[in-house]
Design a protein around this ligand. Structure first.
Ligand code: PHE
Length: 353
């Protein structure tokens, strides 16, 4: 076969192969097969030098034509395949902006914190400020300055968590540390009166700790809100009116308040406060244990001995204090019979609020 026929045959073979290529990889294989270093067209072009002088010009012209035609077919096909590859990539990556977004479950404030906030709000409305005190407290603030005698049972190891002082810097009384986890928010009263002069109107919310085993009505860690008022001419009537206002705001306008005489070392006189049962209205039912009343807090007039510890003149000022358990208030407000629900973190319970 004449060399130009050979070239033409190779050309149609190459053009057919280019036409059949389905991917850029196929096409590259075709290019290498014909035009690569060891390609069949390259081999013929290399052999041109060995041709006779008559054959050479014609063979050179044809081979140039064939090379150009194969190259331009390769270029055109490459462009076509690249365009198709781009189009299919875009089709695959397309984002359907009309699809609904993924719903993320929203968290919300724990019911106990909602209730603490609500208590604080009610007293803020009466002009009270919020104060805080440490949870790790000195015996002095938790007991001594609150007029507890040295042998008061609350000071005993079985009621109070004592913190061991490893530094050994502090005097340790009778084998016990004088550092403890506060058993109530009342030490907050002492801190406030040490640093502020009357008139004082504060609430002190916070965690407190007692050596109790968790059961439906006890938790070893729970939450209290303390209240303290010190001003000229404060009476027990002011205390009662304040608590009545609080109870109606918290539980509703129909609820009544009852004060029972009680004892606390740091208030005199002292009382425990009951709210009328929301189910039976006071006549007695199963939910209030037949009593008609539910205990919600302790309170009283600040004992002059406490004023003595903090340097407030008991001749000039009087005051009242109260302390309530937030879990208890929340339990009554929402009818939760077991306080342990508030600390267990079960979302089936928590999502109800
Ligand atoms: N601290 C008392 C308790 O935890 C409650 C209380 C506070 C009583 C303020 C009187 C005055 O039981």
């Amino acid at each position: 076969m004449a060399i130009s026929d050979e070239l033409r045959a190779l050309e149609s073979e190459a053009l057919a192969a280019v036409g059949a290529a389905e991917t850029l990889e196929d096409l590259e294989a075709v290019r290498i097969g014909f035009l690569g270093k060891k390609g069949s067209l390259t081999a013929i072009l290399r052999g041109l030098g060995g041709l006779s002088a008559e054959e050479r010009p014609e063979a050179g012209r044809v081979s140039n034509e064939v090379r150009r035609s194969v190259e331009s077919a390769l270029d055109a096909k490459r462009e076509e395949l690249e365009r198709a590859a781009r189009a299919s990539r875009i089709a695959a990556e397309v984002v359907d902006v009309t699809l609904p977004g993924r719903a993320r479950p929203l968290g919300h404030q724990h019911v106990l914190h909602q209730v603490v906030d609500e208590i604080v709000e009610i007293f803020s409305g009466l002009g009270y400020r919020v104060a805080e005190g440490p949870e790790v407290e000195l015996d002095y603030y938790n007991f001594t300055a609150l007029n507890h005698p040295a042998d008061h049972p609350a000071r005993a190891l079985q009621d109070t968590f004592y913190v061991k002082d490893l530094s050994g810097d502090r005097a340790v009384v009778e084998g016990e540390s004088d550092v403890l986890l506060r058993t109530h928010t009342s030490p907050g009263q002492v801190h406030v009166m040490e640093t502020q002069q009357p008139p004082i109107y504060v609430v002190v919310p916070g965690k407190v700790y007692r050596r109790d085993v968790a059961d439906p009505s006890h938790l070893p860690q729970f939450t209290q809100v303390e209240g303290l008022v010190v001003d000229e001419g404060i009476t027990f009537g002011d205390l009662k009116g304040t608590l009545e206002h609080f109870v109606r705001e918290m539980f509703g306008p129909d609820r009544r308040v009852r004060l029972r005489p009680h004892f606390f070392p740091f208030t005199e006189p002292s009382a425990e406060v009951d709210v009328s049962c929301g189910i039976c209205g006071g006549s007695g039912c199963r939910s209030c244990g037949g009593e008609g009343w539910l205990e919600i807090l302790g309170c009283g007039m600040v004992d002059p001995n406490v004023f003595g510890y903090v340097g407030i003149d008991p001749e000039k000022y009087t005051g009242f204090a109260f302390g309530m358990g937030a879990e208890r208030i929340a339990g009554l407000k929402y009818g939760v019979p077991d306080l342990r629900h508030f600390i267990e973190g079960d979302t089936r319970f928590l999502h109800q609020f």
